[in-house]
Write a protein that binds this ligand. Sequence first.
Ligand SMILES: NC(=O)c1ccc[n+]([C@@H]2O[C@H](COP(=O)([O-])OP(=O)(O)OC[C@H]3O[C@@H](n4cnc5c(N)ncnc54)[C@H](OP(=O)(O)O)[C@@H]3O)[C@@H](O)[C@H]2O)c1
Length: 222
Amino acid sequence: MTEERTLIIGASGGIGSALAEMSQARGEVIGLSRRADGLDLTDEASIERVLGGLAGTFDRILVTTGALQIGEAGPEKTIRALDPADMAAQFALNAIGPALVLKHLLPLVPRDRRSVVAVLSARVGSIGDNHIGGWISYRAAKAAVNQVLRTSAIEYGRLRKQAILVALHPGTVQTDLTGPYLGRHKAVTPPEAAANLIRVIDGLTPEDSGHFFDWAGKPVPW
Ligand SMILES: NC(=O)c1ccc[n+]([C@@H]2O[C@H](COP(=O)([O-])OP(=O)(O)OC[C@H]3O[C@@H](n4cnc5c(N)ncnc54)[C@H](OP(=O)(O)O)[C@@H]3O)[C@@H](O)[C@H]2O)c1
């Protein structure tokens, strides 16, 4: 197998670190995080600085940052609990953050070979699949990042013909993010989630660019 280069943005997270570890067997892995590299997705200057410091291009670029609870603000159970500052923080991290990454990422995406840029979204960001309500700010931020991804995929498609941009739902995974909210929900381990996501990523074709898939490779409705 030819050596691949993988870039993980959010490599300190549960899913991000499992993806980084699992990608080692395939070649060079560069893992970036807020904690280790000062790459804060709510600070464009840090994104520009850290991504601008990377050389060469990558076969896989995985954006695995995000939060369900930011500070004291957990997901709302009702619209009556909505706080505008908390909602803005959700958008800053989960929607605008990946958008800024996509803004500064183009030089790292190869012109001459296949590459995949995957942003971890969440099934709860699906508008068509929303039957139980709640978690308004997180859902809305994920719906927004899906639109960002879709729109960027169209533009990237013109500039990088072999680039495949997708939004991925990793399944329900045992990480710090889900810890307080899992209850009796079934959840997979981060290595299981990483294996599932890599399987999906490996099977993607250019026609899949701009779409939203779950951990099994099944399309998720927008
Ligand atoms: N776990 C699930 O069941 C599940 C389900 C659906 C979707 N997802 C999505 O999958 C992604 C990863 O989730 P996870 O479960 O792996 O979460 P996690 O273990 O809590 O990891 C979150 C990651 O996000 C980073 N992060 C948080 N705020 C940041 C900021 N301002 N700037 C830069 N990095 C920041 C953290 O970096 P530091 O530690 O360095 O701060 C960490 O690397 C998220 O987008 C989440 O919405 C997860």
